[in-house]
Design a binder for this molecule. Structure first.
Ligand code: ZN
Length: 333
């Protein structure tokens, strides 16, 4: 297990973010009016830029012009990962344990140095806090020191303890508009000297990635466009044995949590339905997913919605494989 020291990261440059100008302006206004919440949690699907947004939020407190300009000394120190008022913790590499919680507490116990207005802790993927670390933080989340700001993000809000969630102001981040994401993707592919994709191909990939540009780029880079093989198998399985086999493989191969699996299902179902309606074509080099009729679509959506309520609301530790099987069987009932 990596130590907390090794998990410290630098922020991603926020000036390259797309589609969030309105959000940054709203935050800037709140910050200027002194109304920024002390404990803020950004939620939203993976790959949409939450990590960069955390950097921008932190910069609003440290920037000489209070605009997250990216160029002043405060912004530059932040971007270099050396700003003395900021502690960065990143759960994307593994669990955040008790030592991370202790570091956070120690960092916020100190007052800001002269010339600084705040002490900041930024925590990426805060759902990676283990139970004892999360419990250790309850008091400081409930009542942070006056000049402390705690900025968190998660793509798996259902995996966080309700006692932590109830102490955060939540801000739901939605994906950037399709047209901006498409241009961003095309630019990243050109920089990597990858073969150019048509606008339709990029759109198909983005839709399959739930409009998340980061996920779409990862899919294009890994050649995964067209969806997981296991999801194709599940959508086109015709026997109970096939359903069981594919769902076992999905859980084993992907290592998905239940919440992530539900999202993949959602995307796959919508994709196959749009394919049936002829609204989208399968991306080049991939085979078409099985297409669902309207009755099958309604059945699957209803089950997905029930499952989501259980996972996100009541924290029921659903078994991902059992759920996959139930969803896959539903249309054959
Ligand atoms: Zn600045």
């Amino acid at each position: 297990m990596a130590s907390t020291e090794e998990l410290q990261v630098k922020p991603e440059p926020w000036l390259q973010l797309i589609g969030y100008d309105h959000l940054l302006q709203a935050w800037s206004d709140l910050s200027a009016a002194g109304n920024m919440p002390a404990v803020l949690l950004l939620t939203g699907r993976p790959g949409i830029g939450k990590k960069g947004l955390l950097g921008a939020l932190a910069a609003l407190h440290l920037c000489a012009t209070k605009s997250a300009c990216g160029h002043c000394a405060g912004c530059q120190w932040l971007l270099a990962g050396v700003h003395p008022e900021v502690l960065w913790l990143d759960g994307s590499a593994g669990a955040l344990r008790i030592d991370a919680a202790e570091q956070l507490q120690e960092h916020l116990e100190l007052n800001p140095g002269s010339g600084s207005s705040h002490r900041l802790v930024v925590m990426v993927d805060a759902d990676q806090l283990n139970k004892s670390a999360a419990n250790r933080l309850l008091k400081i989340l409930e009542e942070p020191p006056p000049r402390a700001r705690i900025l968190l993000s998660t793509s798996r809000v259902g995996a966080m303890l309700p006692t932590v969630l109830s102490r955060c102001v939540r801000w739901q981040v939605t994906p950037p508009p399709l047209v901006l994401s498409r241009a961003w993707l095309a630019q990243r592919m050109a920089e990597a000297k990858a073969p150019a994709c048509s606008d339709d191909e990029l759109d198909a990939c983005l839709r399959q990635a739930g409009l998340s540009p980061g996920l779409a780029l990862a899919m294009l880079r890994s050649g995964q466009v067209g969806g997981r093989e296991e999801l194709h198998g599940l959508l086109s399985a015709t026997t109970a044995v096939q359903v069981l086999e594919w769902s076992q493989q999905l859980v084993r191969a992907s290592g998905l949590t239940t919440a992530e699996m539900l999202q993949e299902w959602d995307i796959a179902i919508n994709h196959s339905y749009r394919q049936r309606l002829g609204l989208i074509q399968p991306a080049v080099g991939t085979r078409p997913a099985a297409s669902l009729n309207p009755v099958q679509l309604a059945q699957r959506r209803s089950l997905l919605s029930q499952a989501r309520k259980l996972v996100c609301g009541a924290q029921v530790p659903l078994n991902a494989q059992l759920l996959t099987e139930a969803l896959a069987f539903s249309e054959r009932a």
